[in-house]
Design a protein around this ligand. Structure first.
Ligand code: ZN
Length: 438
């Protein structure tokens, strides 16, 4: 009975949306974006001048010889660079930490999911206005990121295109589980919430996430920094459990992101076939070489390591100790990864640090062995490959989505230009347009 009623409601809504669209939507006017430079992400170089023709949600043509459509709106940004929209392969848009861990915990216990989701609409907006047009949300609770993704897709709120994991998958007491709060007061989590023990339960945990709309699977081979029951580096799943998680996800055509600070856990995850190692704080050269050989991506989240290290005093002692240990290693590990030549996709762990500041990661990469071009590629072609979206994004090419960022000057000469986007377009829609450009 209620199902039939629900379906009727959906049909009615579709009808209304359809008629409103037909009556009001004008034919989209083509837009031409011009600037002194354009970042060719595939070739890894700046070309001059930059010209991109946008029609609807797609790029129609690129380059100074492109035919400019009649009646197009032309915007000339002058001394600026057109780049593909940035991608962040590691965010948590459902939440955001403040400088007060204890207050965050208190607030978190009392905020209902609806309130959390409403607060998160500010985070999705900050994210896209910072130039991040596609993100991968690797773990949350209560399907908040799923709701954000769907609301963004429906045009209800502003935000980047989101790929979501729903609950992260891991063992009891591990980084995917809740902190060790009184079991007589807090219900234990099971496979539907991502907590599993034994290969069969872990397969079930993966299936539950996909059942409720996960685009990607996130799992926890090693301990985490911001959790109270586990050491940061030891493996928290057996090889059989990891094999089950990765093979189940791949069977459903979902990629798998493996949270690993510890080296042994990362090696087991790489062996299981994970598509990316997230964080990787304590990776050894041997493991990095193994990743290079297998084509496993590293998502280094240097900004998160830097942030927790510099805010360690505000955490409970058990977390502070882990934060300092991870922070001391993550940039050194990245220098080694750059030397070894591992594939890198840009990721920040936004939520650990405030949303909207993610471009700081570019500078941290450039300080630790990457050229500015490599850093820009990690956030464009690299992340697009890892996320499985390179057919429609990651470069400024005809036929791809019009996800475009305009940076002042030339980011290859000054990578911090990425922190000050002047203009952001996502799928042909302007989401940020700053005051007149110099
Ligand atoms: Zn994370």
């Amino acid at each position: 009975m209620s199902v039939a009623k629900g379906m009727c409601g959906v049909a009615m809504a579709a009808l209304l949306t359809g008629s409103a669209f037909a009556a009001e939507a004008p034919a989209a006017k083509p837009v031409v974006l011009k600037a002194a430079h354009l970042f060719d992400a595939a070739a890894g170089k700046i070309v001059s001048p930059g010209v991109v023709v946008v029609q609807g949600d797609k790029i129609e043509a690129v380059g100074p010889n492109a035919k400019l459509p009649d009646g197009a709106k032309v915007i000339d940004f002058g001394d600026a660079t057109l780049t593909p929209g940035f991608m962040d392969a590691h965010v948590h848009l459902s939440e955001q930490s403040s400088d007060n861990y204890y207050k965050d915990f208190f607030d978190g216990m009392y905020q209902m999911p609806a309130e959390q989701a409403l607060r998160a609409t500010a985070y999705t907006k900050a994210m896209v206005e910072a130039g991040f047009t596609t993100v991968r949300n690797v773990g949350d609770s209560d399907y908040i990121a799923l709701g954000l993704r769907n609301a963004i897709n429906a045009g209800i709120i502003e935000g980047p295109r989101m790929l979501v994991a729903n609950y992260a998958v891991g063992s009891t007491g591990g980084h995917a589980d809740q902190d060790p709060m009184r079991p007589d007061l807090i219900a234990q989590a099971g496979p539907i919430h991502g907590v599993c023990n034994g290969p069969e339960e872990c397969r079930a945990a993966v299936r539950y996430q996909i059942k409720y709309g996960a685009n990607v699977i996130k799992f926890m081979p090693s301990g985490g920094v911001l959790s109270l029951a586990d050491p940061v580096d030891v493996p928290e799943l057996t090889q059989d459990e990891m094999n089950a998680i990765v093979s189940e996800a791949h069977a459903w055509h979902r990629k798998v992101a493996a949270h690993c600070h510890g080296d042994l856990a990362a090696r087991m995850a790489v062996k299981a076939g994970a598509d990316s190692i997230e964080h990787g704080s304590f990776l050894t050269e041997e493991t990095l070489k193994m990743m290079k050989e297998k084509g496993t991506y590293l998502v280094p989240t240097l900004f998160a390591g830097y942030w927790v290290g510099s805010h360690a005093d505000g955490f409970p002692p058990a977390i502070a100790e882990k934060a300092r240990a991870a922070a001391a290693q993550s940039q050194k590990m990245f220098q080694m990864a750059a030397r070894v030549g591992v594939k890198v996709a840009f990721g920040t762990d936004a939520a650990v640090e405030p949303h909207g500041l993610g471009a700081t990661e570019f500078s941290l990469m450039a300080k630790n062995g990457f050229t500015p071009v490599q850093a820009l590629q990690a956030a464009t072609v690299g992340a697009a490959d890892l996320l499985g979206v390179k057919d429609d994004s990651g470069t400024l090419e005809a036929g791809k989505l019009a996800d475009i960022v305009v940076l002042p000057g030339n980011p290859v000469e000054n990578i911090q230009a990425t922190e000050h986007p002047k203009f952001v377009m996502r799928a042909g829609k302007v989401v940020k347009e700053a005051a007149p450009l110099q």
